[in-house]
Design a protein around this ligand. Structure first.
Ligand SMILES: [Zn+2]
Ligand SMILES: [Zn+2]
Length: 248
């Protein structure tokens, strides 16, 4: 299975990073997987640094808030399809990595079905493209120098320049997924927990210890335009249903 990864005719950039600067014209082979737990959604993140109006200056705070909002929206969308193992977003400025989103699900079947689903979707007014990706390890694909702000290849580096969401958001998203999983398992065991456990947790819960404030999914819906196209200054509130509506 992994033999092609060591084959000299195989493009290691495509295999390790899921995208190579030569694209389809690469002289080495891009071996596209028939099965993978990881999806690539190329150019999904609209990097505000590249999309701002001329003369406009964005503060680090605005970029951070814009990014957190985006990360939350897509995480909830992916988690509504299946359990997310990890999710990374690139902020490189070269065409083949710009805004790439990689999501690793906990199994290949989920990733396959998610790929079909996402290819029927729109996000922020644009059609989504999704493909199975050969990337096995985000830490191998990651540019370590970028983490310490010392990448001398700059924004056109061919390794992933991963933008991270704020730590609190990240942990609350993963915790909320944990909670949904527990609620789903309880439902499978025959506990009556009201409406679809994947969307709400305000219903009667047979085990009070499961309750937590890990997420705020029971909150207001979001406006796709303000959440995706413009930096916002307030902490977004999102429900899975609202995110599902955002992806049409
Ligand atoms: Zn290549
Ligand atoms: Zn780099």
């Amino acid at each position: 299975m992994n033999d092609y990864r060591n084959d000299k005719s195989t493009c290691t950039f495509y295999t390790k990073i899921g995208a190579c600067r030569h694209g389809e014209k690469c002289s080495r082979t891009h071996v596209k997987p028939l099965s993978s737990d990881t999806l690539l959604l190329p150019n999904l993140y609209q990097n505000p640094k590249l999309n701002k109006n001329e003369g406009e200056e964005l503060s680090q705070k605005q970029i951070r808030e814009y990014f957190d909002h985006f990360y939350k929206d897509i995480f909830l969308k992916f988690a509504s399809i299946g359990e997310v193992d990890s999710l990374v977003v690139c902020e490189n400025e070269n065409n083949h990595l710009n805004g790439n989103v990689y999501v690793k699900f906990t199994n290949k079947d989920t990733a396959y079905n998610a790929c079909l689903d996402l290819n029927q979707s729109w996000f922020g007014g644009r059609p989504v493209h999704s493909e199975l990706s050969p990337v096995e390890s985000f830490s191998d694909a990651n540019c370590r120098a970028y983490e310490t702000d010392s990448c001398n290849r700059g924004d056109h580096c061919n390794f992933m320049h991963i933008r991270k969401p704020s730590g609190q958001l990240r942990s609350s998203l993963y915790r909320s997924q944990e909670k949904r999983k527990i609620l789903r398992e309880l439902k499978d065991l025959g506990y009556e927990i009201g409406n679809d456990a994947s969307e709400t947790s305000k219903n009667t819960n047979p085990n009070p210890s499961i309750n937590s404030n890990a997420n705020n999914e029971n909150s207001d819906s979001i406006d796709s335009k303000s959440s995706i196209n413009q930096p916002t200054t307030s902490e977004p509130t999102t429900s899975v249903a609202a995110v599902a509506a955002l992806f049409k």
